[in-house]
Ligand binder design. Sequence first.
Ligand SMILES: Nc1ncnc2c1ncn2[C@@H]1O[C@H](COP(=O)(O)OS(=O)(=O)O)[C@@H](OP(=O)(O)O)[C@H]1O
Ligand SMILES: Nc1ncnc2c1ncn2[C@@H]1O[C@H](COP(=O)(O)OP(=O)(O)O)[C@@H](O)[C@H]1O
Length: 199
Amino acid sequence: MTKATNITWHATTITKSERRIQNAHGSCVLWFTGLSGSGKSTIANAVSVELYKNGINEYVLDGDNIRHGLNKDLGFSDEDRTENIRRIGEVAKLFVDSGKVVTTAFISPFQSDRNQVRELFDEHEFIEVFVDCPLEECENRDTKQLYAKARRGEIKGFTGIDSPYEAPENPEITVRTKDISVEEAVDQVLQYLREKQII
Ligand SMILES: Nc1ncnc2c1ncn2[C@@H]1O[C@H](COP(=O)(O)OS(=O)(=O)O)[C@@H](OP(=O)(O)O)[C@H]1O
Ligand SMILES: Nc1ncnc2c1ncn2[C@@H]1O[C@H](COP(=O)(O)OP(=O)(O)O)[C@@H](O)[C@H]1O
């Protein structure tokens, strides 16, 4: 729903295609989704480092960071998570328009929200990366001690405990972080980008 009236879309003079030609590579969003502790941030950042080292224009949008600024008015109710993902999707679209390969690291637990984001993009621009890791393993890692808090009832509505996570139905990439190393996961993602001739 657009609240404002009397607004007109202005196409920019320099286009996305021109930015891609100048960069000599494509632009897309690698949308990492998975449970807390599955490895989204670790892999998204490691992918970005490799891209950066290879002269690719990249940027990381990370859940915790965005919630400190742009989305600090949002909590973890289903509605707030949906709005969180909607806004990030719009931000990611701007980055893709600017010619970058953007990695995002949000739990994004609902398939319908991820589908809505996909709809914002042209074909092949939205790459859903399922960071697949069993809850038990995420809970063992518990890097931020949030699962322990959730189990003690100190956090309500924690994803995987008392709030749902809907695994992607048809992701472009699945990385199984219980079985492979960070380096192997990064290689898997970069291989996909090369195959699709984005980089
Ligand atoms: N209730 C609840 N459920 C899940 N996660 C919680 C919660 N409260 C705080 N956190 C911390 O917030 C991070 C998830 O934020 P996201 O913006 O990625 O979540 S969502 O996509 O809107 O569901 C998540 O970060 P990651 O561990 O990096 O996934 C947690 O550190
Ligand atoms: N194969 C792997 N891929 C990614 N992270 C892994 C892997 N094996 C172990 N880990 C560890 O799991 C934790 C994942 O944390 P993080 O990347 O913050 O997850 P998320 O962003 O999904 O919450 C890190 O401490 C990381 O070192």
